[in-house]
Design a protein around this ligand. Structure first.
Ligand code: ADP
Length: 365
């Protein structure tokens, strides 16, 4: 099957006077596994429903394989969608659920039999054709919903929170299955999730949406390492955020007044330095695992930024312990890798924190 691209060009959609999608531009590559990530209410489902044709945008273009399909009815678009609830027919067998779309398309009996068998085989449910949906586990129902969608050989596959009804273990297993299936079929797939881990572990690229605006598009690593704003930085992974004000600006560094912490000198390139002016408010951010922690005083090191703090609280997470560390009047998250035999630092333990400037991101506040 030909792999197709999906492009949104300046798409705007409003429900009454409430604008829900605000000038959305996206370029999804042929065969890509693309995630739409964002908090509840950010417009993810609205965009997905717009691509399948249940919602109509008021402005812009929706191109599939370069052709504007914005005016086509859902049944004329060759796009398959798996719903969060699976939407299986409870009174029909697994086989008949999967066959449904082909029967509607009046496919001849022999072809129907071959295609349904192939789709069930693909999702590993060949032995379950006779069962009713309520005789299946959540993961199996999910696979029936997938088989029912891919049996009609859509050019584009849309998945709306496909794993949210499954428990954690099954979710992790199913997301790998889903990706393997997508790779076998090579079908351009767009999936909606509010779960950043799900998006990061599976997507080739992803878009982060907030209040109907695409904040950033990129690979999971790009969004994690180089978030363009504080929203993306906080939404993709965990981030420490500190309010600061530019005290002075030099060719190769910025001197910041960090609220509740004190003065901090951040090396920046001359080009980056020009982006800031005295007294400007900024947000300084870094990931909890990028902080090096010592209980003993560490020798001064000009390549890193030092901070002194005390343990306020801790959470044991298995592979790591996440400490809340009080620095001045601020509270920071700091991760320490955990190994068998390593005991937690008790509340009140004084800590020396060191941070490499390369791990700091500054955002205009
Ligand atoms: P998400 O999928 O990211 O949770 P949605 O696309 O479902 O977000 O919703 C985006 C916004 O549009 C929300 O504020 C929601 O309340 C609103 N909305 C969704 N559907 C409708 C509708 N049919 N009529 C009016 N407002 C709607």
């Amino acid at each position: 099957m030909k792999k197709v691209s999906v492009q949104c060009r300046n798409i705007r959609l409003a429900y009454g006077s409430t604008e829900v999608l605000k000038n959305v531009n996206l370029d999804i590559e042929p065969g890509e596994f693309f995630a739409l990530l964002g908090p509840s209410g950010s417009g993810k489902s609205t965009l997905l429903r717009l691509i399948v044709g249940f919602n109509k945008h008021q402005h812009g273009e929706l191109l599939v394989d370069g052709r504007d399909i914005g005016q086509q009815e859902p049944w004329d678009r060759n796009i398959g969608m798996v719903f969060q609830s699976y939407a299986l027919w409870p009174h029909l067998s697994v086989w008949d659920n999967v066959a449904f779309g082909l029967v509607e398309r009046k496919v001849d009996k022999a072809t129907l039999k071959t295609k349904v068998a192939a789709a069930l085989e693909l999702v590993g449910l060949s032995a379950f054709g006779e069962r009713k949906p309520n005789q299946l586990s959540g993961g199996q129902q999910q696979r029936v919903a997938l088989a029912r969608t891919i049996v009609i050989e859509p050019q584009v596959l849309l998945l709306d929170e496909p794993l949210s009804n499954l428990d954690k273990t099954l979710r992790v297993q199913m997301r790998q299955e889903l990706l393997a299936l997508q790779r076998r079929l090579g079908i351009t797939t767009i999936f909606v999730t509010h779960d950043q881990e799900e998006a990061m572990t599976t997507a080739d690229r992803m878009a982060v949406l907030d209040q109907g605006v695409v904040q950033q598009v990129g690979t999971p690593a790009e969004l994690y390492d180089e978030p363009v704003n504080a929203f993306v930085a906080n939404f993709v992974g965990t981030m420490n955020m500190l309010e600061a004000k530019v005290r002075s600006q030099h060719a190769n560094n910025l001197v910041l007044d960090v609220t509740g912490v004190g003065e901090m000198t951040i090396p920046v390139s001359p080009t980056a330095s020009q982006l800031y002016v005295k007294d400007q408010h900024v947000q300084l951010s870094f990931r909890p695992h990028t902080v090096t922690v010592e209980t003993k005083p560490a020798p001064a090191d000009e390549r890193t930024i030092g901070m002194q703090g005390t343990v306020e609280a801790s959470e044991f997470m298995g592979q790591l312990t996440r400490y809340r560390v009080r620095v001045g009047t601020q509270s920071l998250s700091v991760d320490q890798a955990h190994y068998a035999g390593l005991s937690k630092w008790p509340v009140g333990t004084p800590l020396n924190l060191r941070l490499a400037p390369s791990q700091i991101r500054l955002f205009a506040a």
